[in-house]
Each structure stands twice: as C-alpha cells, then as structure tokens.
Design a binder for this molecule. Structure first.
Ligand code: EPZ
Length: 434
C-alpha cells in the first residue's frame, strides 16, 4: 500500500535516539557475502527496503538466509547455483552493481542488469567499475541492458588500477572482485568513505587481505578462499546526520546514540558554524542542542572527508530559514536539486544555477503537500515539514523507506507530530533506485 507522511510542524525535538546500521555499508556487505564459502553472521543490519531487496536476490540465487533477530542475519552462500541475478529485482536497486564484482570474484563470471539509480541529472556511469574489471582480465560487455562479464581462464588476475574519478561504488566493487583474484591488486585514487573501510573490515574478518582502506591507495592480496565469521556493520553516518539536521532546524536537545562521532565531524562542524551546539559523548553518542535560530552557511559537497553529498538536501532544508544568504555547491552529482521546487511550495527562496544553489533565508516555512523524488530529497522534505508551521503531507515515501529504518517512529519518540497514513494514490512502480 502507498503511504504518505502527515506532519504537523513546529514542535522542538527532545530525547534520545538510536541510529541503525549504515545503509551504504549493508548494501555492499550483503553482496560481499557471496564471496564467502560458509556462514556469515552479520549484525546491525538496518531494516530498510533496499536490504530486503538484496536479500531476495541472494535467496533466489541459492543463498540460505536466517534471521537471528531484527538486525542480525546468518547468510550462507555456499550453495549459490547461478551467476545470473534476478533482473526484475536488480534494476530497482543501484547497489545491485556490487553483485558484478562479487560474482566475478567468486565464479569468474556474472550476468546482471544495468543498475538503476536516483536521477541526479543524466546517466550514472559505471565506466570506472568496468575499467577495473577489464584490467583484471575480464571481458565486460553490455547488451540488452545486461552487463555480462567473464574472467579469462575463469579467475581474475590482480592489476594496478587508477580511478579517473573518486568513486565509492567502483572502489568497493573492485575490492570485491580482487579479494579472490590471483595476485595483488592496487586501487589508486580510491574513495575513503567510512563504509569502504567497513566493507574491507568485513572481508578481512572472513579471511581476505585488504590493506589501506580509508586512504587513497588500497592494496588487495588475493587469497584462495574466504570462510565464515561474524561481523557488525558500522552506524549510519547519513542517518545520524539527517536527525542532527532535523534537531538543528526544529530546535531542541537530543542524544544521538550508536554513532561514530569522528564520521560525523564533517556535519557537526558545519552545524557549529550555523550556531548549533554539538558534542561527542562517551565514545558513541553525539549530543545536539539548538534554539532553531540558524546562521547562514556555505557548503561544498565532496568525497569523504569532505561534506557528504548525501547530506546536501537535508542541510538545504534547514538553511531555508537561516538568517542571511547561503550558498551550496554540489561537487559530486550534476543535479541533486530536484527537491527545490517542493521546498519552494513551502515558501523557501532558492535559486539553482547548475551545481550551485543560492538560498535566501526566510523567517519560516509553511506546510504544503509535497512529493519526495529520491531518498535524501525525501528526508529533506520530512525535515522541512517537522520545522514548518502548519501541516505538511509528504508523498513518495517509498524512496525514504529504502534507506531510513522507521523514520516515523524515531521522529515520534523525539516529540515530532508525524504519522504514516494510506495515501489512496497509486504510485508508479518504476526502476528508480538508490
Ligand atoms: C554512492 O553512489 C552512494 N550509493 C550514494 O549514496 C552517494 O551519493 C555516492 O556514493 C557519493 O558519495 C551507495 O553507496 C549505494 P560514486 P555511487 O560512484 O557509488 C561518477 C544515498 O543517498 N562516476 O561515488 O553510485 C559519478 O557520476 C546514495 O545514499 C563515474 O564517472 O557514487 C559521480 O559524479 C545516493 N564513473 C561520482 O563519480 C563511474 O564508473 C561519484 O559517484 C562511477 C562514478
């Protein structure tokens, strides 16, 4: 059933909140389990629809998956019987491209559909993934929307790969491909996001030899086999950042628990510039206190440790009511401003020119019916609704639920007046994915 969120804005947020496991680590670690001959116990898996989709794909390929509790699963890919993933499910989720690296690495071949993706203005290329697989001896072709890859001699060979752009997806995919390859692979100009380190730690805990993750150069010495083990996914940097932004905009005081404060530095420092108090507490919590009266800021999104593009819409939402004129420069995607028209319906003053958005602060936003067009845009609209005067109805919430576990319940525990109700509207079951 299609739902919408109905939000009565204007309440401060108070209390404590538990952050879930990182989506972008989970959607890589679940396919990475394909490389393991044995059972992997994975803890701190977020309950989001992207995870459900990936688990369905693995199950259809012959994986045995058992729920241990709400956030822990045993995944055993010993009995995988195909290197061809379910196309219908694959095209719905961007992270399905990790199946290419994992299948190529384990079986020397893969046949998967071209990944979908949030529309950030044009194609979302995978040329850097393909360049790396090819350097490792794979023949990669695209026909009828399918990526078909075959390793020469049935096993990839280690190679030196220089990424022309810093790509999270290519870095992880090439790590997955390389762990069982013959010889050593070096990835230069690698992305350094926390979830890249998390995937490397997962692989190493299963017997891989990956060094340097978190720096610009990653070295992978191929091993013959990965066997099972137990691993816990890191907390979600962007989910935590999203709630920090909500409290900053709405005002209030919240202890955000189960986080790695260091991963949040790029976000909390920007909030400090905007007049918000934040402080790391007892190693795995961040306390935030805000009056809701914010100062303007300039933001440029960049690969980690720069300000994350996945937090850009949420910060834009709260800068709409900051004193002064703010400037956002999107440094990763061509166009990640599709939410701007929706914020404008709430009274925001935003002008977009290419990758730059100029936001002129207004005293307050007013509630309106608005529609999410992708995951983080959706989160930004929810934040705008929580901060606005009056009632906001957010539709398109299936995008939000791809990446946020129980966002309505979590906001309600902080005192937000938000409900998920049946929308009565049919939404197209399109192929857009995260
Ligand atoms: C990951 O996407 C995340 N998705 C995105 O998060 C995030 O926005 C992005 O990294 C950047 O941080 C997942 O982890 C599943 P990239 P990914 O490859 O891997 C260009 C969210 O909201 N590029 O790092 O697809 C590309 O066009 C989602 O959680 C190439 O040119 O992003 C872009 O400009 C949305 N060729 C830049 O690199 C390639 O082969 C960064 O893309 C690959 C990428």
């Amino acid at each position: 059933m299609n739902n919408k969120y109905v939000i009565r804005g204007g309440h401060g947020l108070y209390g404590e909140l538990e952050i879930s496991g990182a989506k972008n680590a989970a959607v890589a670690i679940i396919p990475a389990a394909l490389l393991v001959r044995g059972s992997c116990r994975i803890e701190n898996i977020p309950q989001i629809s992207d995870v459900t989709m990936l688990l369905s794909i693995l199950r259809q390929m012959g994986a045995k998956i058992q729920m241990v509790n709400r956030h822990t699963m045993d995944i055993d890919c010993s009995g995988i019987h195909t290197t061809c993933a379910n196309f219908e499910l694959m095209r719905r989720i961007r992270a399905s491209y990790y199946l290419i690296g994992a299948l190529l690495g384990r079986f020397g071949e893969a046949e998967v559909s071209m990944p979908g993706g949030c529309d950030f203005g044009g194609v979302r290329p995978i040329d850097q993934h393909v360049k790396g697989f090819t350097a490792m001896g794979a023949d990669v072709g695209v026909k009828n929307g399918l990526v078909c890859a075959q390793a020469a001699g049935g096993r990839l060979t280690g190679a030196n790969i220089y990424l022309d752009v810093v790509s999270v997806g290519a870095t992880i995919n090439l790590m997955l491909a390389a762990v069982l390859a013959k010889g050593t692979t070096v990835i230069e100009n690698a992305a350094r996001e926390p979830h890249i380190v998390d995937v490397a730690n997962f692989l190493n805990s299963m017997g891989a030899d990956v060094r340097g993750a978190g720096t610009g150069v990653i070295k992978i010495h191929g091993v013959d086999k990965l066997s099972g083990g137990c691993y816990s996914i890191i907390p979600d940097q962007i989910e935590a950042g999203t709630y920090l932004a909500a409290v900053a905009g709405a005002g209030g005081e919240v202890l955000v628990k189960n986080v790695i404060p260091k991963h949040l530095d790029c976000i909390t420092r920007k909030l400090t510039e905007m007049g918000v108090y934040t402080s790391a507490v007892s190693g795995d919590c961040v306390l935030i206190r805000s009056t809701g009266a914010l100062r303007r800021a300039s933001i440029k999104t960049q690969p980690y440790p720069g300000f994350p593009t996945d937090m850009q819409p949420q910060l834009a939402a709260i800068l709409t009511t900051a004193a002064g004129t703010s400037v956002i420069t999107e440094g990763v995607w061509d166009n990640r401003y599709k939410y701007v028209d929706e914020l404008t319906k709430m009274g925001a003053k935003i002008q977009v020119d290419g990758r730059v958005a100029i936001i002129e602060g207004v005293p307050y936003l007013t509630g309106a019916p608005i529609k999410a067009c992708d995951l983080r845009a959706g989160a930004a609209l929810v934040i705008a609704g929580v901060c606005a005067r009056g009632i906001t109805e957010v539709s398109g919430v299936r995008y939000i639920e791809r990446g946020y576990e129980n966002i309505v319940g979590k906001l309600r525990t902080l005192g937000a007046d938000i409900l998920s109700v049946a929308s009565g509207e049919e939404e197209a079951d399109d192929a857009e994915a995260i």
